[in-house]
Design a protein around this ligand. Structure first.
Ligand code: 5GP
Ligand code: ZN
Length: 113
């Protein structure tokens, strides 16, 4: 998707601070962190939102959860962390390339923001 912000970040057309990368996913620091650790994990394949996840593309989503656990360990989040995906208007999704917020480094309330 040539006009997608996160596709541009994956291609390096927009700079980002890389945290992790492999053949399927890219993870980078959120530009506007809400906690000491706030990483966005995204599939390299463009999927707009959670309800576009299906039998054909869902393997990358389970891989993202594997990666999230590894990153959390590497960043020392042994006290806990959260992985969250906003889907659609009511949840406040602003970028329509599916992404997983990995948030930690402080006590997290249930309703954040
Ligand atoms: P959403 O609100 O869609 O769940 O989350 C989008 C996230 O992307 C927000 O937390 C926002 O701070 C982050 N974001 C938006 N634009 C950029 C950018 O250009 N670079 C980075 N690193 N993060 C961004
Ligand atoms: Zn995209």
């Amino acid at each position: 998707m040539s006009d997608c912000l996160f596709c541009k970040i994956i291609k390096g057309e927009i700079p980002s601070t890389k945290v992790y990368e492999d053949e399927l996913v890219y993870a980078f620091k959120d530009i506007n962190p809400i906690a000491p650790v706030h990483v966005l994990i995204i599939p390299k394949q463009h999927i707009s939102m959670l309800w576009d996840v299906n039998e054909e593309n869902s393997a990358v989503i389970s891989h993202i959860y594997e990666v999230a656990g590894k990153i959390a360990k590497e960043l020392g989040l042994e006290n806990g962390f959260r992985v969250a995906t906003n889907c659609g208007e009511d949840a406040g999704q602003t970028v329509f390339h599916i992404h997983f917020h990995l948030i930690g480094g402080r006590k997290l309330g249930w309703e954040e923001q």
